[in-house]
Design a protein around this ligand. Sequence first.
Ligand code: PGA
Length: 248
Amino acid sequence: MRKTIVAGNWKMNASKESVKKLIAGILSGMDGVKSEVLVCAPFPYLSQVESLIVGSEIRLGAQNLNINESGAFTGEVSASMIKDFGAKHVIVGHSERRSIYGETSAIVAEKVKASLEAGLTPLLCVGESLEQREGGKTESVVAEQINAVIELVGINVFNNIIVAYEPVWAIGTGVTASPEQAQSVHLFIRSLLGENNETIAQTTPILYGGSMNAGNANELIACPDIDGGLIGGAALKAEDFLHICKAG
Ligand code: PGA
């Protein structure tokens, strides 16, 4: 039985004041939450979140990393630095990184490798654009993104990877994939993993992301192959986020 995981992706939205309020709000409503709850904060706020969640069930993650361990990479942050602030997870290959910062599937695979080597659990994001979906390419795009990682790190490490299916057309748009659309791609991803190792396929969590909110989380998380959500906008409001954490 796979555990439900709900991860908040705050993106580039935070201030010391808003982080304090948001974490306090989430902490005050954690009673009855059975999902694993994770918040992925911008780098400067990792330390603040680390101290605010001490002793709680909330886990901390980052949103990106550099593939190198240390050195002359001005402006970059390594996996070991992220770990240093108590984070156990890191988002890798978010579509905003792929499209705005030119991260190819090969780079994303290197980032997955660097996070695993440091003992971080990567949340590997995959998903197609609207054009690709309309062109009937959803499965080939997602397969290319996943296979690049399998080829570099091997299938066996997927027991330390969380996959997030995030159709690009659903991110931040208010247009959510229907449960049927999402379930079908999740099942495809699981079959793809299963071609390599069936046990790994059955145990790897696959989250859905893209305009998931308090109103649609239940029906999405109820799908057999959807194991939780990666939440952007709705993760910035404690009440909405908690509602999603209690779904499924
Ligand atoms: P959204 O973002 O929930 O605001 O659509 C999800 C994501 O980008 O991870």
